[in-house]
Design a protein around this ligand. Sequence first.
Ligand code: FAD
Length: 485
Amino acid sequence: MVVGDVTTGTDVLIIGAGPAGYVAAIRAGQLDLDVTLVEKDAYGGTCLNHGCIPSKALITATDVAHEARHAEEMGIHADPAVDLAKMIDWKDGIVDQLTSGVEKLCKANQVNLIEGKATFEGERTARISHSGEGQGSESIEFQHAVVATGSRPIAIPGFDYGDEPVLDSTQALALESVPDSLVVVGAGYIGMELASVFAKLGTDVTVIEMLDGILPGYDDDLARPVKSRATDLGIDFHFGYTASEWEQADDGIRVVAEPAEQPAADGGQAVPEEALELDTETVLVAVGREPVSDTLDLDAVGLEPDDRGFIETDSQARTAVDHVFAVGDVAGEPMLAHKGSMEGKVAAEVIAGEPAAIDYQAMPAAIFTDPEIGTVGMTESEAEEAGFDTLVGEFPFRASGRALTVGESDGVVKIVADADEGYVLGAQIVGPEASELIAELGVAIELGGTVEDVAATVHTHPTLSEAVMEAAENALGHAIHTLNR
Ligand SMILES: Cc1cc2nc3c(=O)[nH]c(=O)nc-3n(C[C@H](O)[C@H](O)[C@H](O)COP(=O)(O)OP(=O)(O)OC[C@H]3O[C@@H](n4cnc5c(N)ncnc54)[C@H](O)[C@@H]3O)c2cc1C
């Protein structure tokens, strides 16, 4: 069908159907607002199609194979064959199920869905271009707009994602055969999660990182067990290098990396002097993501992104233009799906006239490396910088009966509390199911709970969550299954 140049109207126009935009749309629908959601690519955005869900599916599947292969101690001898094409089919099935679920939920909440690319034309008008030759465009007038256009992988000089051996995370998650070797540029969470996936599939993985350690921004106590497990998996690391170019080699390609101009000074890692040359089959560039704000003609609505491309918002997700909101990755760090969904709900509620506001105090984050990392609230040093006298409790998983029975006893639960009143200020967990365990401590922060509250809550035995209770008891000096500090 050729769509002519018609103009329609909507109360709330939401641009982008990722976890920020579609959640805003459903919430707006629940609040009886007349809402239109425009998506140019696929419902569910990066998260459902190319990010959280596909990566976690592959992490789980490769863990199954890896664990089966390494269960001799439990008396299990197995050598599972991995059919990556079938694994990718399974992952794609999950993605399809979830993305069609998003579409159905939107429709059930009276969200008007439009497939196309939106750009602003004026303060209250946007143009939606439909893809495909002769598909034309339409104009839409809105009372409120919510920008939820997300982010894209950052490209680096010398590595063009259009070149066949150069992969971004989306392409790496769709490979149908296991590469013999892979160079991963960037040891952030996406690089480290995918490095583990391919190492467990038998790929020879090498990671190049500009700084002097993995998972920049995370405490060394959390990163160390992950690095150590990665090394056990056979992953090689080169810190203090910047990948500069790739060239064809006899058998595959050669990735060249130069010593980074400013390698981190405080990690004790010697500053490399020589360039590095790594022969590999393929290279994955995972150096971070940047907001998608340059394709929207933002100036037509009176907005200008900051110098990193983010759209600044206040605690109600409102931009500098009163009737325009921004949520999710395009609205700033942390670029996480649940942060975007929370902002999306707030934007919808504010538009509906409800007294909603964003609160980042209990914002969790999880990294699905091996072992996992889960964090929420403040670290010990952040709490001290904020002026708190801190009370800290820790419990190592090696003292947890359940951790031993699941064969995953590396790691620790750490709880940071305010020494005066005992309020939980933050927590960091590295170890089995850290991504799930951290939720309890998020609830504690949200409810204004204390370490006494967490310690006095009876936890089911034998579970990993007992480690959370014992860390709280340790803060109070009476943990039972570890020596108290
Ligand atoms: C490999 C990987 C793993 C990840 N793992 C996790 C994880 O485990 N946990 C977590 O919390 N986060 C994870 N993330 C990050 C997470 O995917 C993002 O934080 C999240 O998707 C951001 O949601 P969003 O709605 O802001 O944007 P997106 O999900 O990027 O969605 C934006 C949507 O807007 C559409 N769009 C853009 N411009 C226009 C336009 N002009 N018109 C119409 N539509 C437009 C895009 O097509 C897209 O569908 C991961 C990301 C990657 C890449």
